[in-house]
Design a binder for this molecule. Structure first.
Ligand SMILES: [Zn+2]
Ligand SMILES: [Zn+2]
Length: 374
């Protein structure tokens, strides 16, 4: 079948809209007519090869759409079902069977290798192989091959074209607070970086009744958004000693939790230094393999402080995404305030606007998809 896909052909290069052939779904696969797909910072990390994926490739990993056809053996969904598409996992390793699929032992091959496990991709152009299967989907396209494992059925009356970001960015921010750190009422949280993940963490921290919620971001508009979504305090890190500022706000004690969404080693170090005794710093942003983080050993040891990584908010998408939809419906997770829609033809403008900080969460609408009324 012929589809239109945004193909990335060189490191850091633009997205080229091209006609591409997509295969029929194999056993366990699901072909989805994409209505819309969020753009996540990790797509840029892959484009720039900081997280190396083979090119040419179709990126995109916050897809939302309608199941067009299913491969043999698929029972979870059928043609016509509305779905969002999350990360892909094996379903049988110790992490997957222990309700921790984001730590699947096959996470890299199933999400970042650009092919199925058998080496094929399902995508090609005039015989030229195009890499696909990024996050088990490659959803910067009018259709995507996903898997029974990573599609999550959503209610038919849900605003499907809005929901793609629940599959990665929003899930990561909310889940870091509710699943990974288990922030409780009255506890204090610092969120470093007020993009989609950071702002989602702030909404979740407010939801669980956290006390002090401190957002750190250099952009005034994002600090304002953080305040309007539940932050109690904001800090401009430019020219500011953020550790001293946080300690000053907390009577010199520090905070219970810090969450890094910036993937910068110096920022993560500051996130550890601002922890109270028993505090925990979560590294959430896509920091590169080989990137060291300097840690003050004495500070970590004394007070029993912790540093940990969190992937996709420790969430199991099958349970978590329906919960996020319910929260949004109830007005408790207004992530639609972060969103701006762009037609597929303007994907490069959407990426540029995101990288320049003009938009927090761009969502690409495929041709014919009306923008949801918000
Ligand atoms: Zn697994
Ligand atoms: Zn992502």
């Amino acid at each position: 079948m012929k589809i239109t896909a945004a193909v990335t052909r060189e490191p850091g290069g633009p997205f080229h809209l091209e006609p591409v052939d997509i295969e029929d779904p194999l056993p366990g696969e699901v072909r989805v007519r994409i209505l819309a797909t969020g753009i996540c910072h990790t797509d840029m990390v892959m484009r720039d090869q900081l997280l190396p994926v083979p090119q040419p490739v179709v990126l995109g990993h916050e897809g939302a759409g309608i199941v067009e056809s299913v491969g043999p053996g698929v029972r979870k969904v059928k043609a016509g079902d509305a779905v969002v598409i999350s990360f892909n996992t094996c379903g049988t390793c110790p992490s997957c069977t222990n309700a921790a699929p984001s730590y699947c032992r096959e996470f890299f091959p199933r999400n970042f290798f650009g092919t199925r496990l058998d080496g094929s991709s399902g995508l090609s152009k005039d015989g030229e192989p195009i890499h696909g299967n990024i996050f088990g989907q490659s959803s910067f396209a009018t259709y995507a091959l996903a898997h029974e494992r990573n599609v999550v059925k959503v209610p038919d009356d849900a605003p499907v074209a809005l929901l793609g970001p629940l599959a990665c960015g929003v899930m990561t921010g909310v889940g870091t607070v509710t699943n990974a750190l288990k922030v409780r009422a009255g506890q204090s949280v610092v969120v470093m970086g007020a993009g989609t993940v950071g702002l989602s963490a702030i909404m979740a921290a407010r939801m669980v009744g956290a006390g002090r919620i401190i957002a750190i971001d250099p952009q005034p508009a994002r600090r304002d958004m953080a305040l309007s979504l539940g932050a109690s305090d904001v800090i401009d890190p430019v020219g500011t000693d953020t550790v001293a500022a946080v300690l000053a706000m907390t009577q010199g004690v520090g905070v219970d939790y810090s969450i890094d969404t910036t993937a910068r080693a110096d920022v993560i170090r500051s996130g550890i230094m601002m922890l109270a005794p028993m505090g925990e710093c979560a590294v959430v942003g896509a920091i590169a393999h080989g990137q060291d983080i300097a840690v003050d050993g004495g500070h970590l040891l004394s007070g029993g402080r912790r540093l940990r990584g969190v992937v996709e908010g420790d969430a199991d998408p099958d349970q978590f995404i329906p919960w996020l939809i319910d929260l949004h419906r109830a007005g408790r997770l207004p992530f639609d305030r972060l969103v701006q829609f762009y037609p597929l033809a303007d994907i490069n403008q959407a990426v540029a606007a995101s990288e320049q900080g003009q938009v927090i969460k761009p969502i690409i609408l495929m041709p014919g998809t009306p923008a949801p009324v918000l």
